[in-house]
Design a protein around this ligand. Structure first.
Ligand code: SAH
Ligand code: F3S
Length: 455
């Protein structure tokens, strides 16, 4: 039994998080849930009584990393003569729960993303003499109804709030519909209550999260369905919330209300992560993406008309089954046409159970070559975008001290990291700065007006 040890000493919990921001959010909620059951988090795996790996299944290497990390942690524990309860959570747990328990027999609990609310009970029930407990059902009641209210981390300036989870789009390469389940929107009242408590705790920026965040259609305070544009407008009304972001969007679901929010809601940052995956209509069709390259370009135009300084980022997959040189060239053309501020690009990775995984696969060397070419172009665009900021003034929300003495780090409206020599008292506030230099991944700046002289 995993009750607090003798003398009421808390059991120590170590969580390692892989993958997307939703996993980061989930890990925070897991830690809060378990803290109510006598667990205290530690950042030292070798000290932990319970080790949770919150895993990602989106690409091959992600799952492989989990297996090797599990083996490493187990060895470390054994070397120290200690023992720990091993919990595998997240999307690898959901997709490969049974295989995982067989391949790593020291794993005690496998828990899928929709069953986290059960973890205290599973930990209490765990009996080492039996095989691992595997909890990967999709319950009828949302986990959000059973998890305790979210509290942001102490001192956090920026917080994630999951508003939507799961996906019904079934892109032919993607495991998310299988690992996260059917599309679900949280009621707006839950989201707003969470955003309010974040604001009261000092959070100034909220990022609304969803696998398909812009198909949000939660129940609003008026009993009607609210879309993401409406939800953003309501979150913007909360005192203390100065910035709103959202991720990730599906191009075909960007509606007029969302575009209007970019025009009308000052707190909504001029930045959108809008994965396109490919610039070839033939490949987009094979991916089951429900949008063409041209529709994407028209959408970008509409967003730019509503908010001329909006910056775009995207995800790309190269080497999808059947991708020809001409298809790949179409992707490069789309990238040239848009001009991205930032991007993520991947070699296609066949995922078990997805339709594209059974198609004839492209040679890995060809995928690698295409990825390198695409990344060169995307990196050049990112550097150019950063360089174009030099000399401009912009508001920065300061988040934390920098590595150098007297330095603070914040985010520009376009999500760039900005380093400034300023007193740490600016952390948690938005300050106007002038950009003085740019690098591949960050900017340097000085205060736009000199700080007041202390009397
Ligand atoms: N809408 C989702 C996207 C999920 S995955 C969200 O962000 O929550 C993030 C990105 O990983 C995708 O946009 C896609 O570019 C990439 N990806 C997904 N499955 C992949 C696969 N099988 N191989 C390579 N890349 C993949
Ligand atoms: Fe995956 Fe496509 Fe949904 S990328 S998360 S199936 S929109």
């Amino acid at each position: 039994m995993n009750l607090p040890r003798g003398g009421g000493e808390a059991r120590r919990l170590y969580i390692k998080t892989y993958g997307c921001q939703m996993n980061v959010y989930d890990s925070g909620r897991l830690a809060q849930l378990l803290s109510a059951h006598g667990y205290r988090t530690t950042d030292r795996c070798d000290h932990a009584d319970v080790i949770v790996l919150n895993t990602c299944h989106i690409r091959e290497k992600a799952a492989e990393k989990v297996f090797s990390e599990l083996g490493r942690m187990k060895q470390m524990k054994a070397r120290d003569g200690g023992d720990a309860t091993f919990v595998v959570a997240g999307c690898v747990a959901q997709a490969e729960g049974a295989e995982l328990a067989a391949r790593a027999p020291f794993v005690d609990i496998v828990v899928g993303p929709q069953s986290y609310q059960r973890l205290p009970e599973l930990l209490a029930r765990r009996d080492r003499r039996q095989a691992a407990i595997v909890a990967t059902d999709f319950p009828a009641i949302s986990k959000f109804d059973d998890l305790p209210a979210n509290r942001p981390e102490a001192g956090a300036v920026s917080a994630f709030i999951t508003v939507q989870e799961g996906c019904d789009k079934f892109c032919s390469f993607c495991v998310v519909p299988y690992t996260r389940g059917a599309e679900y929107s949280r009621p707006a009242s839950q989201v707003i209550a969470e955003a309010r408590s974040c604001a009261a705790a000092g959070v100034r920026e909220i990022t609304l999260l969803g696998q398909n965040v812009n198909c949000y259609h939660g129940e609003g305070a008026d009993g009607r369905e609210w879309d993401l544009g409406r939800l953003i407008a309501e979150v913007a009304e909360i005192e203390g919330i100065e910035r709103i972001r959202y991720t990730t969007s599906y191009p075909a679901d960007v509606n007029d209300a969302l575009i209007a929010a970019h025009r009308d809601v000052p707190a909504l940052m001029p930045y959108i992560h809008l994965p396109v995956q490919s610039g070839s209509d033939r490949i987009l069709r094979a991916m089951n993406r429900r949008h063409t390259a041209d529709a994407y370009l028209r959408l970008v135009d509409r967003l730019r008309r509503a908010r001329p300084d909006i910056a775009l980022s995207s995800d790309f997959i190269v080497g999808f089954p059947g991708e020809s040189d001409a298809d790949f060239a179409a992707t490069l053309r789309l990238v040239e046409a848009v001009g991205f501020a930032q991007s993520f690009s991947f070699k296609y990775s066949p995922r078990p159970g997805t339709p594209a995984s059974v198609e004839p696969q492209l040679d890995d060397a060809l995928k690698a070559e295409r990825l390198a070419r695409l990344q060169t172009l995307l990196n050049d665009q990112q550097s150019a975008f950063n360089a174009a900021c030099v000399g401009r003034e912009m508001p920065v929300l300061f988040e934390r001290p920098g590595r150098r003495a007297g330095q603070v780090v914040g985010r520009s409206p376009y999500l760039q990291a900005v380093h400034v020599q300023l007193d740490a008292t600016v952390i948690g506030t938005v300050q106007q700065v002038r950009i003085t230099a740019s690098g591949a991944n960050s900017l340097a700046a000085e205060p736009a007006s000199p700080p007041p002289v202390a009397s």
